[in-house]
Design a protein around this ligand. Structure first.
Ligand code: FPP
Length: 252
């Protein structure tokens, strides 16, 4: 009996990956090093962010071609508001530029956009473009391109705790009966599954308040390449390493 080969299986085999070993369903990336990349080239920091945006497009195409289900990208943290105003303004305009230029291709390639984060505090132009992108791709069934925008892991857990306990109190349930599932239902990533693989670029080895709950059993991959230089080959190396890891989820 031959297994029917889909285009994605072909892409996997052509990449040198095994189509017998699992690939991550959900990849999360901390896209770090845009500023350092720009500094090395005597360019303003924002030039690094713009170059980083092009890598987002490349990685979206590549992940989708391999049949990855979810790609979560840390685009702006709740702490990033502390950066100089002109950098914050630029980072808030990038999603507008990104979606304006990339939505037709996303629709064509069946990619659905999702955004997790505190949307209400985004400037109107950013929020409008995000909402348009979500609306225009809502019928797509391929990769979910999930941006963490104005996102913070601790704030997310706190919000989820408040919402879950408020619900319990309203329903007259004892707080003692609260389960992990009850909290999980209120996380911003609910329904997307936990990341199987976390990648952080640029050599820093920390989580920076990213998906603290969801990364409990993820495999971590740190690479000393600035995000604007991150390539398909680099993602492939991470996937090859992932296929060689043994995940036990606390068991033997
Ligand atoms: C961290 O690098 C990166 C960010 C805070 C922004 C990430 C944004 C992008 C890659 C642009 C793509 C966004 C969209 C919405 C398409 P850093 O500036 O902290 O780098 P440094 O540590 O070298 O200074």
């Amino acid at each position: 009996m031959f297994k029917k080969l889909f285009k994605q299986d072909e892409n996997i085999i052509n990449s040198g990956l095994s189509n017998e070993l699992p690939l991550p369903k959900h990849i999360a990336i901390i896209m770090d090093g845009n500023g350092r990349w720009a500094k090395k080239r005597f360019l303003p920091r924002v030039a690094g962010h713009r170059a980083g945006m092009d890598v987002v497009k490349k990685m979206t195409r590549y992940a989708n071609s391999l049949g990855i289900k979810v790609l979560t990208l840390y685009a702006f943290s709740t702490e990033n508001w502390k950066r100089p105003n002109d950098e914050v303004d630029f980072l808030m305009k990038l999603p507008v530029e990104f979606f304006d230029t990339f939505i037709p291709e996303l629709v064509e390639e069946n990619v659905r956009v999702n955004v997790m984060g505190y949307r209400d505090s985004l400037p109107k132009h950013t929020l409008d473009s995000v909402e348009r992108a979500i609306e225009q791709t809502k019928h797509c069934t391929g990769l979910v391109l999930n941006f963490a925008l104005n996102y913070g892991g601790r704030a997310e857990i706190l919000t989820a705790m408040k919402e879950a306990t408020a619900e319990f109190i309203k329903d007259g349930k004892e707080i003692d009966k609260l389960t992990e599932d009850d909290i999980e239902k209120h996380l911003m990533s609910y329904g997307l599954g936990d990341p199987d693989l976390l990648i952080r670029t640029s050599g820093e080895i920390r989580l920076s308040n990213f998906m603290l709950w969801q990364l409990a059993y993820s495999e971590f991959y740190f690479i000393d390449v600035h995000w604007p230089d991150f390539s398909e080959e680099n993602l492939l190396e991470a996937l090859l390493e992932y296929q060689n890891r043994s995940r036990r989820f606390g068991g033997l």
